[in-house]
Write a new protein. Sequence first.
Lengths: 203, 203
Amino acid sequence: MPRNGAPTRERILDAAERLVIDNGYAATSVDRVIAESRTSKGSFFHHFASKDDLARALVERYAAADITHLYAAIAQVVADTDDPAERVIEFVRVFEEGADDLMSAQSSCLYVSVLTERELVDRGTSSQITAAIVAWREAIADLLRAALPPDSDLDAEALADHVFVTFEGAFILCRATGDPGHMRRQLGALRRLFEVLLVQGAA
Amino acid sequence: MPRNGAPTRERILDAAERLVIDNGYAATSVDRVIAESRTSKGSFFHHFASKDDLARALVERYAAADITHLYAAIAQVVADTDDPAERVIEFVRVFEEGADDLMSAQSSCLYVSVLTERELVDRGTSSQITAAIVAWREAIADLLRAALPPDSDLDAEALADHVFVTFEGAFILCRATGDPGHMRRQLGALRRLFEVLLVQGAA
């Protein structure tokens, strides 16, 4: 057992995730992952057949955690209030309030690093990202449809995707400016827009 | 002169921009840029001292074009209408209507590729991205402040940044799903949110 007690595979994934989020996939060598996870080449290739196999395992783990966060937030807002508009606003607020913790835990989003390399995407690494995007879209669109008037001409799926878009765009803004506070401010701006739409506005 | 008539430096930048946007910076070798731009190693290193020098030239050209698009749109909406709310909405509509053309010209955004590699950012490649972000923020925040009530509690700079965030997040969504139509739909969703905020809503 390694000194920190984490099983080797998880320790490799932890180091690789941090490196790939920081510098991208192509710029992250297997040698560096091995060095930072304090393992050996033999141990690495015991757990992962190739670097692309590592990429798939990273995306699988990250997307599963992403979907867990989604359903935890949905369960929380459904338990907290029966008001459909409040549920949408509260949903965004959950992530707004967690934004500073998120940005101290990671410097950007693994999806950005993986998607930046189209040849990696073409080798089949993105299907679980797409599945996560669809899960967020469907869950949020359900919340939005319940909160919008039946005759609304708004595209609930595009508005639902706008939550994912706000996360990913804010990760880029944080990285560009070096200011992780933009995540909280951007989720706050989205919450205010949803408040105007669903509470103050005429939707 | 090359057969297509473009000066060599521009031809190298065109090929490099396409490759870096498609696959990221680390995954783009100088050899591949040379091959795709039909030039030679000698010619490449006559124009660029190093790969990082190429990255800086790419960002410089891309950010300059980005700022040109910004001020062209501002000039257009200021000429088109005196109504402050209409100016904001029309500004987003200009880009919404150009979204399909944008997405047929490029598969994502150069900023995403460059920012994904933090070690590249740390070597000084991102200052012109930051300058472009600030130019967009200030110009759009001016439009927003004129359109919001004086007692509005909304953060005009965060809302202005939300335009950049929508672009960057939508690039990620398009890449993940393989559907470039998301750019138009996301800019459309943002326009509708601004319409509710500035025209229908109580701001």
